[in-house]
Design a protein around this ligand. Structure first.
Ligand code: GLA
Length: 730
């Protein structure tokens, strides 16, 4: 079996390096002989990284096809293959670590001290590798968690020192890996509000390519902190070597891809060091966010399935729990509602089959009522004109009508037109001598200030704690940072703001999740400004886009599916785009189904279709979609349709979704992931009331092997035709 390689030098190149360089003891006082022979392998079922301490004491990556090729005696290794290289003292490329020491020395020289691996359970092994500066009491711990069955490595770094004064960190990568290939193809997800998750693939040239965000809060607005990296060829869906990377961080991130003169690629991942130097006091620990890596030689499809499997167990909150079907009032009412109007929506929501009514923005603030996005943010008291009986009354009315009740909050933000801002203008981020710059009429609270942090927590705690009938929270964040200044942090600490903000944010999110374990939480940031595994561990789903036009959602969902499982993507049925209703329903059925509809404005046929779709979803699709393995069959990027399927891990059941996005002749869809030896009963589902399937295969039992070899014709030709099929092993 081929065991590949995060960060690998081709074995031939490695042999040449060894031949060319005699073993040389450098820094022999620290780099003792036993260290030079030390080989550390950190691996999963199919993927791993091999490290070796060189004769100079530094830690290097070495080729890792098993069996390990241990260089005799330990040669001096190429600095370009140092595992976590620091700036200075001979290292000339993009460093993973850069520090100014207490005495002003800008260089760091890290040597291997020790390593320890601990099996946390049958699946997870944690390896901690201690590095230390050759001279200074400056310590870097590289931490790698290997998730054996999911083929995922999670890597982060911990910094501390015992120097006589502050040390300033200028670079603090979470991971820094070298990969050797002839070509590298990088896929990113970029976008903007209402146009998220666009895939773009580019070939890496020589030198540096950077994917990043510098906007601190809702930092994924223009780019998601995840990527695919294909070697040798552009990434293919079901073949070829592809790496997947995703940073568990909601703040500014940086992925730096540096192809050097030897053709090696170093990938540096972590918090964006741009304008974010971090003063580290003696004894203080900076723990960077974890970088997730996976690899497959079966294309980006398997990379996604690895990440999804990992996410369902470790990355997304309560992923095994079925998500409630939410009906949100935002597109139906916006800010414009009254108590009777909201109560009147409950019955319709329940009749459609929704489990929960989610009251969106506009329910709070009195002195400056939240009737539009210009005022009230920060004043988290119920608006007594709109909702005279309060939130518990609404939750009670919902309960009486047989549905749960949820609420929208944006706890990190403030409108200048608010009582909060009147009383505490200094709680908002601001730069001295600059006029405050609002975005969506609001400012970011400075969560590094303890009072502001406690206020944001109390906004959540008071709302949920005093209204125990609320069992769902949509947490929004609708602006990013353009003036990263704090009136709390001292002048020399200002560059910590965007880092410490996100640590404070996670502290509040963690409190929310642990204090309210029964409240389902949706992560929203004006769409997908926070589609990342840093925040997702505290949330059940995220909102991929305010664009719910199903034609666009086909692409948006395709993009996010590269990294996130369907149980984490809220996909709502709305009227946006006025697309054929069956197409709209079918698109939402392939994720975490929800609704954003004014039931009174729906036609009888739409109501009937929605009710039937929800019954179908709950009875047979939800568990396949949310727990199954995803196979992307036809890409909307290069086909006139999108086709995806989910297959349960035991391959007993599958669901196929086909969305025609342009007119084209019918072509068979080649299924994947089925049991070739089994027979499957095919049934077209979610047909309009009274309609009979046109599919020749409907109701037939077919071989898994034939379905994967010959495919099946979905009979979708015209734009917006769609089909949903259930396959059941006989
Ligand atoms: C953001 C969200 C929307 C809605 C509005 C409310 O734009 O993405 O879904 O909640 O805020 O102001």
């Amino acid at each position: 079996m081929k065991i590949p390689q995060l960060n690998l030098l081709a074995p031939a190149l490695f042999a040449a390096l060894l031949a060319g360089w005699p073993a040389q003891a450098q820094g022999a006082d620290i780099a003792q002989a036993d260290r030079t022979a030390k080989i550390i392998y950190i691996g999963t079922a199919h993927f791993g990284v091999t490290l070796q301490a060189g004769s100079d004491g530094r830690l290097y990556q070495v080729p890792s096809p098993r069996p390990l090729s241990v260089p005799a005696g330990g040669g001096k290794l190429d600095r370009e293959t140092e595992f976590h290289p620091p700036f200075g003292d001979g290292f000339i490329s993009e460093p993973a670590v850069q520090a100014t020491h207490a005495d002003g020395n800008n260089s760091t020289d890290l040597i291997f001290v020790t390593n320890q691996s601990t099996a946390l359970d049958a699946n997870i092994t944690l390896t901690r590798i201690e590095l230390k500066d050759r001279y200074y009491p400056f310590f870097v711990t590289l931490c790698l968690k290997a998730y054996h069955d999911q083929d995922v490595l999670e890597q982060w770094t911990e910094f501390h020192h015992d120097e006589d004064g502050a040390v300033t960190l200028f670079r603090f990568a979470s991971s820094s890996s070298v990969i050797q290939s002839n070509e590298y193809w990088l896929t990113q997800l970029h976008g903007d509000w209402a146009s998220e998750g666009n895939m773009e693939e580019d070939k890496l040239g020589m030198g540096m390519t950077i994917l990043d965000s510098k906007i601190g809060v809702r930092a994924g607005r223009f780019r998601t902190p995840s990527f695919l990296l294909s070697v040798h060829n552009p990434a293919r869906e079901e073949s070829g070597e592809v790496y997947g990377g995703s940073l568990e961080w909601s703040g500014s991130f940086q992925f730096a891809f540096d192809v050097n003169w030897q053709g090696q690629l170093r990938v540096l991942c972590g918090i964006n060091p741009f304008a974010s130097q971090y003063p580290l006091a003696r004894g203080q620990v900076l723990k960077t966010p974890a970088m997730l890596w996976t690899w497959s030689d079966a294309g980006k499809g398997q990379v996604s399935r690895n990440l999804h499997r990992w996410a369902r167990l470790y990355g997304v909150r309560d992923a095994a729990q079925p998500r409630p079907i939410v009906l949100n009032n935002w597109e139906a009412t916006g800010f414009n509602f009254t108590e009777p109007r909201i109560v009147s929506l409950f019955d319709g929501a329940r009749e459609l089959g929704a489990d929960l009514f989610l009251l969106d923005d506009g329910w709070f603030a009195n002195k400056y009522p939240r009737n539009n996005d210009g005022a009230g943010l920060g004043d988290w008291q119920v608006n007594t004109n709109k909702l005279p009986h309060g939130l518990s009354y609404l939750a009670g009315e919902a309960k009486q009508r047989g549905i749960r009740f949820g609420i929208w909050l944006e706890p990190e933000m403030v409108n200048p037109r608010s009582e909060l801002y009147e009383q505490h203008p200094d709680w908002a981020m601001a730069e001295p001598h600059r006029a405050p710059e609002v975005s969506r009429n609001q400012l970011d609270l400075d969560l590094t200030r303890p009072e502001a942090r406690e206020f944001a927590w109390k906004a959540i705690d008071n709302t949920l704690g005093s209204n125990p009938g609320i069992s769902y929270l949509k947490w929004d964040a609708n602006r990013y940072v353009t003036q990263p200044g704090s009136t709390y942090l001292k002048p020399g600490e200002q560059s910590r703001l965007l880092i410490d903000y996100n640590f404070a944010l996670y502290d509040i999110m963690a409190r929310m999740a642990s204090n309210y374990p029964n409240v389902t939480a949706m992560l929203c940031s004006g769409g997908a400004g926070r589609a990342d595994y840093g925040a997702l561990k505290y949330f059940h789903t995220f909102w991929p886009s305010d664009n719910t036009d199903p034609l666009h959602r086909v692409f948006i969902q395709w993009g996010f599916s590269q990294f996130f499982p369907a149980c984490a993507l809220s996909d709502h049925v709305t009227k946006m785009g006025n697309r054929p209703f069956k197409f709209t329903l079918d698109v939402a059925l392939s994720g975490t189904l929800g609704l954003d509809l004014d039931v009174a404005k729906m036609t009888a046929a739409e109501r009937k279709a929605t009710t039937a779709a929800i019954v179908l979803y709950k009875q047979s699709l939800r568990d396949i979609v949310s727990q199954g393995d995803l196979y992307r069959l036809d890409s909307p990027y290069d086909q006139p349709r999108s086709a995806i399927s989910y297959v349960t891990p035991d391959r007993a059941r599958a669901a196929l979704f086909v969305y025609q996005i342009k007119d084209a002749a019918d072509q068979p869809v080649m299924l994947r992931g089925l049991d070739p030896a089994a027979k499957y009963l095919l049934r077209e589902v979610n047909l309009p009331d009274g309609a009979v399937s046109r599919l020749p295969a409907d109701g037939k039992t077919l071989d898994g092997a034939a379905l994967m070899r010959d495919g099946l014709a979905p009979i979708c030709q015209k734009q917006f035709e769609s089909a949903v099929l259930e396959l059941t092993r006989q």
